[in-house]
Ligand binder design. Structure first.
Ligand SMILES: NC(=O)c1ccc[n+]([C@@H]2O[C@H](COP(=O)([O-])OP(=O)(O)OC[C@H]3O[C@@H](n4cnc5c(N)ncnc54)[C@H](OP(=O)(O)O)[C@@H]3O)[C@@H](O)[C@H]2O)c1
Length: 243
C-alpha cells in the first residue's frame, strides 16, 4: 500500500502533517499554504526549534517547531528547503522510506562548484537522492519564486489556477505529492523522472519565467502571473538543451 494514499481506506485519516526542513523563504511559504489548507506543519532549521518561535506564532496553532530529524519523522511528507550545500547534512536515517519533497536548486555562487552538476552527469535531483537513500523523492516548488508561490495559489477549479512541474521516480510518491499540491492550491504538470529533472533546473523554460508578469522586471519586483498546466507542459517541451 502506498505510504501516502490520497484516498485513504475507510476509517483511516487523511495524511495531514507536513514536515519541513529549512524554514526560510520557500519552507516558510509552503508552511503558510499548508496551514491555510488545514494541514499541520512541523518546522525545523539548523539553529534549533527555539529560533523558529516567531514563525510558528505567526503561522498559528497548526504549526510547531522541532529538530530536522523530528520534522522528518512527524511528516506524512517532508519538504526539504535548504541551500544545496546543506543537503549532505540532512537526517538521512529519519527520511528513509518517506515521501520527500526536494525544492532545492543548485547555484554555484551560493553553493560552491559541484562537478557532477556543472558537467550535467547528474541532475541536482539525482545528487539530492544520493544523500537521502531509501527516501521517495519528488522534485517540485523549485521553479517558482516564494512570493509567487503564495500569491498564485488558488482553490481547485479556479480558471486562473497555476501548475507546478513535478519530477520523480516513484509513481505513488508523485501521486501523493500531486494530491498535496492540489490541497495547497496548485495543479501539476508531470516533468518525468529524476534523471529528466534537468528540464526544471535553473535556466530551463519552465524555471520561474512562466510565473512572471513582466520578465523585464527583477523577479522579486514582479507581481507574478498564473501559468496553467498547458503552459507548463509547453515550457517543459521547449527544454532541449541539457546543460
Ligand atoms: N527563495 C525562493 O524563492 C526559492 C524558490 C524555489 C526554490 N528555492 C530553493 O529552496 C532552497 C531554500 O531556499 P530559501 O530561499 O528558502 O533559503 P533560505 O531563506 O536561506 O532558508 C534556508 C533554510 O534552510 C535552513 N538550513 C540551512 N542549513 C540547514 C541544515 N543543515 N539543516 C536544517 N536546516 C538548514 C536555514 O536555517 P538556519 O537559518 O537556522 O540555518 C533556513 O531555515 C534552496 O535550494 C533554493 O534554491 C528557493
Amino acid at each position: 500500500m502506498p505510504e501516502n494514499p490520497d484516498s485513504p481506506p475507510q476509517g483511516k485519516a487523511m495524511n495531514n502533517t507536513l514536515g519541513i526542513i529549512g524554514s526560510g523563504n520557500i519552507g516558510g511559504a509552503v508552511a503558510r499554504l499548508a496551514v491555510n489548507a488545514g494541514i499541520d506543519v512541523v518546522l525545523s532549521n539548523s539553529r534549533g526549534p527555539e529560533t523558529l518561535r516567531a514563525l510558528t506564532d505567526h503561522l498559528g496553532p497548526r504549526a510547531r517547531a522541532a529538530t530536522p530529524a523530528e520534522a522528518a519523522a512527524a511528516g506524512d511528507w517532508t519538504v526539504i528547503a535548504v541551500p544545496f550545500s546543506a543537503v549532505p547534512h540532512l537526517p538521512a536515517h529519519a527520511l528513509a522510506g518517506k515521501t520527500v519533497i526536494d525544492t532545492n536548486n543548485y547555484y554555484r555562487l551560493r553553493d560552491g562548484v559541484i562537478a557532477e552538476l556543472e558537467t550535467g552527469s547528474l541532475t541536482a535531483g539525482q545528487l539530492f537522492q544520493r544523500y537521502v537513500p531509501g527516501a521517495r523523492t519528488v522534485k517540485t516548488f523549485n521553479t517558482i519564486y516564494f512570493e509567487h508561490l503564495i500569491s498564485l495559489a488558488r482553490p481547485a477549479g479556479s480558471p486562473d489556477r497555476s501548475a507546478l512541474p513535478v519530477a520523480g521516480d516513484d509513481d505513488a510518491a508523485k501521486k501523493s505529492v500531486t494530491a498535496l499540491l492540489d490541497r495547497l492550491g496548485y495543479d501539476t504538470a508531470d516533468a518525468g523522472t529524476t534523471a529528466e529533472s534537468w528540464r526544471i533546473q535553473d535556466g530551463s523554460p519552465a524555471y520561474v519565467l512562466p510565473y512572471l508578469a513582466d520578465p523585464r522586471l527583477p523577479f522579486f519586483r514582479d507581481p507574478g502571473k498564473p501559468a496553467g498546466t498547458k503552459e507548463i507542459h509547453t515550457a517543459l517541451e521547449q527544454a532541449h538543451n541539457r546543460p
